[in-house]
Design a protein around this ligand. Structure first.
Ligand code: GUN
Ligand code: ZN
Length: 434
């Protein structure tokens, strides 16, 4: 049943700018230690300090004093079909794909199986505080039906697409330039902008598409300019050499996508670890977006992403769990990995940087910051309710904390799904730990 109007008392944190881009990071966020959020018709109607009169004014007031509410997390890169093979041992990207990934994705030819995993994944996202995601399906169109159906059942804002892949993978996972185009087009017509769902044209990565297929993908993007594009770029050194050898006419890996009309403000490229100066500039000039997937990048031994270069080049970046190459659905654990990646590069990722990345940064990466990633009045009420401490160690650490940023940093480094008390989608509670 739809809750027309509700008011919640809690601590609230949301961002209004990228802390790395403002002169004073303290001006990048709003924090209400004892705040009141009013939701009306699934949208945020009011956010302010709590006043004593509010108890009378809102007799149904939901008292979450002591908990922290933020905009729901945004996961800008996840392969829902790889859930069952998460944590597969011993390989780097190309061998990992052949050995573990492709056989697992084959099972999504079966719609019932796809629906079962899709339901599991949607529940897992919500349990981790993630309210929006940009999702890879498999080559099978029914895999995309399955994830959209499960997201629609929760009224989630979700973007997904069917993998296009017509070479360099097992026969049983290949489409053709024509079938990949026609099936993607049918899915766009069926799902794009239906409820809160949107479609992403999804060539897996350049090495698994023929020039003919990338051409068809580009044609589709030109026919439906409002759709997204998602793919991978410059993740692994062997992958880069392979991509360049398959498209010798292109100046580099990213240039392949540019050549086929697949770059732009709604194009999200995962990894982008080993970009050349020229490629950084091309990212910037085309306003293309990067999904930073630190857990995956360390798990597959791919390398360390240069987040500060993206900031300097004004390239938008979102956080991606990249399950199943990433080993956690938790944006908190993924941020903890992001911090360590930055440390290994002699850089910093403050708690403000981290929580910005997981909320407003992700929304901006998906060109959705007018709707999600913020608690600004008029935005969609997608919320994560966090417990500051969910374990004995966290309790001990929080008792010994020193101010908001220190507490947020401890939460980012030590937190996981145990810290997620509840998750709201469009104003409705869709997950509750208790
Ligand atoms: N590049 C092409 N396909 C994949 C995939 O499934 N996972 C990752 N991490 N990289 C890829
Ligand atoms: Zn991926």
């Amino acid at each position: 049943p739809f809750v027309e109007k509700r008011a919640i008392r809690a601590s609230f944190l949301h961002f209004i700018a990228n802390p790395a881009e403002v002169a004073n990071p303290q001006h990048s966020y709003q924090f209400f230690a004892d705040g009141l959020l009013v939701i009306h018709d699934g949208l945020i109607a009011e956010l302010r300090d709590y006043h004593a009169e509010d108890a009378e004014r809102y007799p149904e007031l939901e008292d979450r004093s002591g908990q922290l509410i933020m905009p729901g997390f945004v996961d800008t890169h996840i392969h829902y079909a790889q859930t069952e093979m998460i944590a597969a041992y011993g390989e780097q990207l190309l061998e990992w794909l052949d050995t573990y990934t492709f056989p697992t994705e084959q099972q999504f030819a079966d719609k019932d199986y796809a629906s079962k995993i899709a339901q599991f994944v949607i529940n897992e996202l919500l349990k981790n505080g993630t309210t929006s995601a940009l999702v890879f399906g498999t080559v099978h169109p029914q895999s995309v039906d399955a994830i959209f159906e499960q997201a629609a059942a929760r009224n989630m804002r979700l973007i997904a697409g069917k993998v296009m892949m017509d070479r360099n993978a097992p026969e049983y996972l290949l489409d053709t330039p024509e079938s990949g185009y026609a099936e993607s087009k049918a899915l766009i017509e069926k799902w794009h902008n239906r409820d809160r769902l949107q479609y992403a044209i999804t060539p897996r990565f350049a090495p698994t598409s023929t020039p003919e297929q990338l051409n068809m993908a580009g044609r589709l993007k030109a026919e439906y300019p409002d759709t997204y594009v998602q793919t991978h770029v410059s993740e692994n050194k062997n992958e880069i050499e392979w991509a360049k050898s398959l498209f010798p006419e292109c100046r580099g890996y990213f240039d392949i996508y540019q050549h086929y009309g697949l770059t732009g403000a709604k194009s999200i490229f995962s990894h982008a670890i080993h970009l050349t100066d020229e490629e950084w500039q091309a990212f910037s000039e085309t306003d293309s977006v990067i999904a930073f997937c630190p857990s995956s990048n360390m798990f597959l031994g791919s390398g360390l992403f240069a987040l500060e270069r993206a900031t300097a080049a004004k390239v938008r970046v979102g956080l991606g769990t990249d399950v199943g190459a990433g080993t956690s659905f938790s944006p908190l654990q993924t941020l903890s990995d992001a911090y360590k990646v930055m440390q290994l590069r002699g850089q910093k990722l403050s708690a403000l940087d981290g929580f910005y990345l997981a909320t407003l940064g992700g929304a901006q990466a998906l060109s959705l910051s007018d709707k999600i990633g913020t608690l600004a009045v008029g935005s969609e009420a997608d919320l994560v309710v966090l417990d500051w401490a969910a374990t004995e160690v966290q309790r001990l650490r929080m008792h010994n904390s020193n101010g908001l940023e220190d507490r947020l940093f401890a939460l980012m480094m030590l937190g996981d799904d145990r810290n997620i008390a509840a998750t709201y989608v469009a104003g409705r509670c869709v997950y509750s730990a208790s």
